[in-house]
Design a protein around this ligand. Structure first.
Ligand code: SF4
Length: 381
């Protein structure tokens, strides 16, 4: 994958973690939970001779249930949760004179890059953990309590489009009470390998449904898989919260596309929200240097290390730089968003339940404890 060639993370060499997953699944003392990222569902079919851009969400769920995970959850749920926290943080910074722009923080390759290359700007990334880590954190707290399980007996497995997510799960900043939020990360390719080892006829599987509690998601979370999606999801929620109205036209075409650096201004009530988007680390560097030099002014920025965002991630079926494949995956992501009845993160009923029963409000003390992190200046490399 292209990300591997450019990202200075610890995930430079590809490690196969499928053995650890098989081991966890065969250990009767462990409660093994799996989550799947948005970009996986529009690409894994390619490993089973399906066309790029076919949406395989239901088959993916069935395949995971067939491997006997104890619960199959959706990273999209955690993406909705990320938006609750991130949109609150953005509004808070705008209204209280905080540091702007706020940068999204879900891509661990760029977070690491940033810590090395822009140690003087560590106050601009959002403090939100990424969706995969938020899911792990909620599984080992809220879900563990509900299921009466000891967090130490739970194994959280992530299926990610990404190699850097392996290094992210191991960040010491994300270890709490002696356990990591996420235990094992496998890529889209590694899951396909496991399914092939198990002799699964993926294309022929019936459609399954994610387990409830942490399985429901909105269209806003699906678009996390493509460049521009995280910021569009954040805008949908920030709009409603700032204006007190319910936004009807949720498709922000001006934030979409495939160009390496994009910018747009979105009207939110009487405010102009200035948004910058970059994908690919070279583009990210340029965008950040322009901000540091005062050439560009933004309120919010989204950066993804891989071309196209996570749909073009280093753990995805190989696309060999073929942007046509990336565009088909991207179209599938926007289609999946369109197919959803709920398209704003704050409308997710299970997210509301999580706040009502457990977290209180976005950015509450408990939310900070479980869902936020910090960054560390690292040596320039
Ligand atoms: Fe991983 Fe997505 Fe970042 Fe690529 S863009 S490194 S797949 S999080």
């Amino acid at each position: 994958g292209q990300c591997v060639a450019v990202c200075p993370t610890a995930a430079l060499t590809e490690v196969n973690n499928t053995g650890a997953v098989w081991e966890a699944l065969s250990n009767p003392k462990k409660h093994v939970v799996v989550q799947v990222a948005p970009a996986v569902r529009v690409a894994i079919g390619e490993m089973f001779d399906m066309d790029p851009g076919v949406i395989t969400t239901g088959k993916l769920v069935t395949s995971l249930k067939g491997l006997h995970f104890d619960a199959v959850f959706d990273t999209d749920f955690a993406a909705d949760l990320t938006i609750m926290e991130e949109a609150s943080e953005l509004i808070n910074r705008i209204q209280n004179g905080g540091t702007l722009p706020m940068l999204t923080s879900c891509c661990p390759a760029w977070v690491k890059f940033f810590e090395h290359q822009f140690p003087d700007m560590l106050d601009i990334p959002s403090t939100c953990k990424s969706p995969q880590i938020m899911m792990g954190s909620i599984v080992k707290s809220y879900y563990a309590e509900k299921m009466n399980l000891n967090p130490k007996d739970i194994v959280v497995v992530s299926v990610m489009p990404c190699l850097a997510k392996k290094a992210e799960a191991a960040r010491p900043e994300l270890t709490k009470d002696d356990h990591s939020d996420v235990d094992i990360v496998i890529t889209t390719r590694e899951l396909a390998l496991m399914l092939k080892e198990a002799g699964v006829n993926f294309a022929g599987l019936p459609e399954g449904e994610f387990d409830q509690l942490l399985g429901e998601s909105t269209g806003a979370s699906v678009i996390f898989g493509t460049t521009g999606g995280v910021i569009e999801a954040a805008v949908r929620t920030a709009y409603d919260w700032i204006t007190g109205e319910s936004l009807e036209k949720v498709d922000f075409q001006q934030l979409r596309g495939i160009e390496g650096i994009r910018s747009a201004t979105v009207k939110v009530g009487d405010m102009d929200l200035r948004i910058g988007i970059a994908h690919g680390l070279g583009n990210a560097r340029k965008l950040l240097e322009d901000i540091r030099d005062g050439i560009s002014q933004f309120d919010a920025i989204e950066i993804m290390a891989c071309p196209g965002g996570c749909i073009g991630g280093g753990g995805q079926p190989y696309h060999h730089g073929d942007m046509e494949i990336i565009k088909k995956r991207q179209a599938a992501i926007y289609q999946e968003d369109k197919n959803k009845i709920l398209r704003k993160s704050h409308d997710n009923p299970y997210i509301k339940k999580l706040y009502d029963e457990y977290l209180g409000k976005p950015n509450s003390e408990k939310a900070h404890d479980l869902l936020h992190t910090h960054y560390v200046p690292r040596e320039k490399i």
